[in-house]
Ligand binder design. Structure first.
Ligand code: SAH
Length: 212
């Protein structure tokens, strides 16, 4: 076994011990080359269980958080999924392995451009992306079976709940800069059910798009 293969296996074992047990999720993490989603300065740390900087003051999430969020989302292979906060595109690539089509929105254009190139290089063809403010969701493409938000909002954004199908699930971090809860929200006939999963630390969900 090469050193690179050993690093992948070590990470998968660590994730499994920490509660990521769904073989589809572990399989997706094994297949998506995380080193392609970080700058070359960090490629030797790509298979460590840590968040890393990706430019524009943003971060690629820790693999454990990606694994747990993806597992909690309970994605099926016929589903239409919305992701808010494309960032490096790593979480998008993982979700794209598990669903029929992924729609992803990012407010920093340079990050979106880089992510787009990665999807092309990896021949991932079931991702549709958009530059914009994801706190409003993607009304033209709604409703969605699943929604994942990878930046922290102060409250559950009502526009996103509205764009979920009845019975649909959204996973998102909610809270302020210092304390956030990762929530699983299920849309019901007359509102939503909220189930806390764990404490997390994400960059904030920011409304509007940056100048320039
Ligand atoms: N899923 C990403 C994590 C990126 S960090 C990955 O795997 O790399 C969160 C991302 O959310 C950042 O890129 C940030 O720019 C983006 N973001 C924050 N607020 C947003 C908003 N209102 N609309 C769209 N993207 C947003």
């Amino acid at each position: 076994m090469s050193a690179a293969e050993a690093r992948v296996i070590r990470l998968l074992m660590e994730l499994r011990r920490a509660g990521v047990t769904d073989p589809r999720v572990l399989g997706a993490i094994e297949r998506v080359p995380r080193e392609m989603f970080v700058s070359s300065a960090f490629s030797d740390q790509a298979w460590e269980n840590s968040a890393l900087p990706i430019g524009c003051g943003q971060t690629i999430s820790q693999p454990l958080v990606v694994g747990l969020m993806t597992q909690e989302l309970r994605v099926g292979d016929r589903m239409k999924v919305l992701e808010i906060g494309t960032g490096s595109g790593y979480q998008s690539a993982i979700l794209a392995q598990l669903c029929r089509r992924l729609y992803t929105v990012e407010r920093h254009r340079p990050l979106l451009k880089e992510a787009e190139q990665r999807f092309k290089a990896l021949r991932i063809h079931n991702i549709t992306f958009k530059h914009g403010d994801g706190s409003r969701g993607w009304p033209e493409q709604a409703p969605f079976d699943r929604i994942m938000v990878t930046a922290a909002a102060h409250d559950v954004p009502p526009a996103l709940v509205e764009q979920l199908k009845p019975g649909g699930i959204m996973v998102l971090p909610v809270g302020d800069e210092s304390f956030q809860d990762l929530l699983r929200v299920t849309r019901t006939e007359d509102g939503m059910d909220i189930h806390p999963i764990l404490d997390v630390r994400f960059v904030p969900l920011v409304e509007g798009i940056p100048e320039g």
